[in-house]
Design a binder for this molecule. Structure first.
Ligand code: GLN
Length: 259
């Protein structure tokens, strides 16, 4: 039995969907909760796991992956996708989905080669594969958590994602990098307590505002009214600033490969 206040985190498809440091987001969430004297239970859900109880999850994390893995995961989502959607939409769970994970929680992903991969439709968006990959460091102007900050991360995707913004907002505006589709300047999406983004990196350690926004939502889901203390983020902010300098100097988009 846990003695302290806690949240339950579910790392979706941790074996197939976790690239370019995505697992670091889980470590970041764990540390930021523990530094505040609370506890965190981390479950890993993978294809075919039977009887996992999605109804007790406060915060989902879903990383990126290769198309081949997305096909297998999409098949499993036909069984459990509705439960994940319901937990976010009706039960106020927080969620962070990166790149391929975000694509699978939207309506569909049509790769350049091969059949259309169906998503769960949590995000009102769809993705089509493009000829060149978007690869590079990204800086995103974002107002997540109420204040304006520049989020930093790394993108590597051929998918272009187009969203219907009637019920969602972009996570922010791509100042450097391609973002959702390389056309409209948007990066990522926010729907209720769910955030989608193309930013690997890991994303959360260098962007503590976003980490805390998700953690706070998770505690509110479990305990209703809940306020977490501020942490000293001097080191995290320095890392963020350093990553912005790198992005400005060497990280501009390099389309190095054709699909
Ligand atoms: N396969 C997808 C794309 O290239 C997702 C890649 C990823 O998750 N990094 O668009």
């Amino acid at each position: 039995m846990l003695n302290k206040d806690y949240i339950r985190v579910c790392f979706l498809y941790s074996r197939m969907m976790s690239i370019y440091g995505d697992r670091g987001n889980i470590i970041c969430i764990k540390k930021r909760v523990e530094w505040r004297g609370r506890e965190v239970v981390i479950d890993e859900y993978n294809v075919g796991d039977k009887k996992y109880n999605f109804e007790d999850v406060d915060l989902f994390f879903f990383g990126g992956g290769q198309d081949i893995h997305q096909i297998e995961v999409a098949l499993d989502l036909k069984t459990v996708g509705k439960m994940i959607n319901r937990q976010v939409v009706d039960k106020r769970a927080a969620l962070l989905a990166i790149c391929g994970g975000m694509q699978l929680l939207a309506k569909y992903y049509q790769p350049t080669l091969g059949d259309r991969i169906e998503g769960t439709g949590l995000f009102d968006a769809y993705t089509r594969g493009g000829k060149e990959r978007f690869i590079g460091n990204v800086v995103v102007e974002s107002e997540i958590g109420g204040e304006k900050n520049n989020l930093v991360g790394f993108e590597n995707h051929s998918g272009r994602t187009y969203a219907n913004w009637d019920n969602m907002k972009p996570l922010g505006k791509a100042l450097i990098g391609r973002g959702n589709n390389g056309e409209d300047g948007t990066e990522g999406m926010v729907f209720q307590n769910a955030v989608g983004s193309y930013l690997h990196g890991s994303l959360l350690p260098k962007n503590p505002w976003l980490a805390d926004w998700l953690i706070q939502k998770a505690f509110i889901r479990r305990y209703d009214d809940y306020q977490l203390e501020e942490l000293n983020d001097d080191v995290e902010k320095k890392a963020n600033e350093a990553a912005q300098v790198v992005a400005e100097n060497v990280g501009k988009v390099s389309n190095i490969s054709e699909v």
